[in-house]
Design a protein around this ligand. Structure first.
Ligand SMILES: Cc1cc2nc3c(=O)[nH]c(=O)nc-3n(C[C@H](O)[C@H](O)[C@H](O)COP(=O)(O)OP(=O)(O)OC[C@H]3O[C@@H](n4cnc5c(N)ncnc54)[C@H](O)[C@@H]3O)c2cc1C
Length: 400
């Protein structure tokens, strides 16, 4: 089929956001139902996988059409889209680029439509920044892998049907060389998900205990024992996702969800409401934040840029925006009532949520320090961080 011209495509995307989406979301309440309704409407109108092959439910278009979509959708994507950040933003592109065709055909279409939600099982109590130290084991038993271990900080595990899982498959190899990436069905016997309560009061992430859960033998993404390379490829998608891409959330919707910085337009409204617009320091900070918002979005459309740069800018923007919100909404902004049913000013509640939530954004997807290490080594060519255990077999390493 002939691809639409860029002008025709621009009009198509505008019609979707002007007409189709408002009616698809009309009357739908609750975070998860709204997230699913948004994603299904996007898929059913051919906009969920613009650059994915048609065979996988995509549109088969290229980067120019993707750019047009990003321009037109900027500031209009419902914040509930964060539900699919791991699936659409990380797992599916990794399966598309590194998975076998059978996995691509099985998982990409329902993932793009939002019928299946994904989580990411990387971090463990003893393996965060030093991810290669993970100790969850997978052992082959006939036609299945048997997995045992513990994961932590697993965002969205309580809503997910599948996980991208890293597990150790060779304890005799050095730590980076004995890891494999799997697709884990979350309804397998032996999986226990325990939500953790964050300081915002929300429970977005979880502890996950895995006790002899079984995975089909072929549900391996990339090479057996070559999971470190696929893990790094997924992390690059994650840093793009939590960097520039996450700025594409709604500029107007006030939702206590998602990982985007507070939009500057909302801070301007807050300053106006509080009668603070004439203050030079407030104006200066708003101007700085406006520039930061533009820079983050420009970084997102610049090809070839190292993903850690966008990630670092986004977390910095998130903290600076939250700090200004805290000052403008003071003293109500840091106030908190342990009983969520107590009626409060919804706006102050919204800003209070983001003032607390933005701190975790400097950790998820790799901490700011790790992004700087990565940039130093990979972008600036500085010497590698010392790694005395890089060639020692995993079974001989001292464990926590
Ligand atoms: C909101 C949120 C969502 C998350 N979602 C997920 C998820 O869905 N799936 C998942 O697998 N994980 C998830 N994580 C976990 C996240 O990836 C880890 O928290 C992160 O990698 C840091 O690991 P850690 O918490 O063990 O801290 P540690 O690695 O123990 O780090 C502690 C401190 O030491 C610093 N540090 C450590 N090593 C170095 C070094 N070499 N050089 C300089 N400084 C260093 C760190 O920067 C940090 O300040 C999430 C975390 C957050 C906050």
């Amino acid at each position: 089929m002939t691809p639409p011209t860029l002008d025709a495509f621009r009009a198509e995307v505008a019609t979707f956001f002007d007409d189709v989406l408002p009616s698809a979301l009309a009357g739908v309440t609750g975070g998860l139902p709204r997230a699913r309704a948004w994603r299904a409407a996007l898929f059913d109108h051919g906009l969920a996988g613009i650059d994915y092959p048609v065979a996988y439910g995509g549109r088969g278009l290229g980067s120019d059409h993707l750019r047009v979509y990003r321009e037109v959708s900027s500031g209009r994507v419902p914040r509930e889209d964060a539900t699919f950040g791991i699936g659409v933003g990380m797992a599916l592109p990794t399966i598309r680029d590194h998975g076998r065709e059978e996995l691509q055909l099985r998982f990409i279409r329902p993932g793009l439509r939002g019928d299946e939600i994904w989580c990411q099982m990387y971090s463990e109590p003893g393996a965060g920044s030093d991810l290669a130290s993970l100790s969850t084991r997978a052992v082959l038993d006939g036609d299945e892998w048997v997995v045992t271990g513990q994961k932590v900080w697993t965002s969205g595990a309580q809503h997910s049907q599948f996980a991208i899982l890293l597990a150790r498959t060779d304890v005799d190899a050095p730590k980076h060389r004995g890891i494999t990436m799997f697709i884990l069905p979350m309804d397998s016997d032996g999986i226990t998900v325990r939500p953790l309560v964050q300081m915002t009061g929300a429970s977005e992430f979880n502890e996950v205990f895995i006790d002899e859960a079984r995975i089909p033998r072929d549900w391996v993404v990339g090479e057996l024992n070559g999971g470190w390379a696929t893990a790094v490829a997924l992390l690059a998608h994650e840093r793009v996702q939590t960097g520039a891409a996450s700025m594409s959330g709604s500029a107007t919707q006030r939702s206590k969800a998602g990982r985007s910085p507070i939009p500057v337009g909302q801070l301007i409204e807050l300053a106006q409401e509080r009668g603070r617009m004439a203050e030079p320091l407030v104006r200066q900070e708003l101007a700085r934040l406006y520039s930061g918002e533009k820079i983050v979005s420009w970084l997102g459309s610049r090809p070839g840029i190292h993903p850690s740069i966008g990630k670092l800018w986004r977390t910095r923007q998130g903290r600076a925006a939250a700090d200004l919100a805290a000052r403008l909404a003071f003293p109500a902004s840091p106030a908190w009532h342990p009983d969520a049913s107590v009626t409060r000013n919804a706006d102050e509640d919204y800003f209070g949520y983001h003032i607390l939530n933005c701190r975790g954004m400097s950790l998820g997807g790799g901490t700011d320090e790790i992004q700087r290490n990565t940039l130093g080594e990979r972008a600036l060519g500085l010497p590698r961080e010392p790694g005395p255990d890089r060639n020692t077999p995993f079974r001989e390493l001292l464990k926590n």
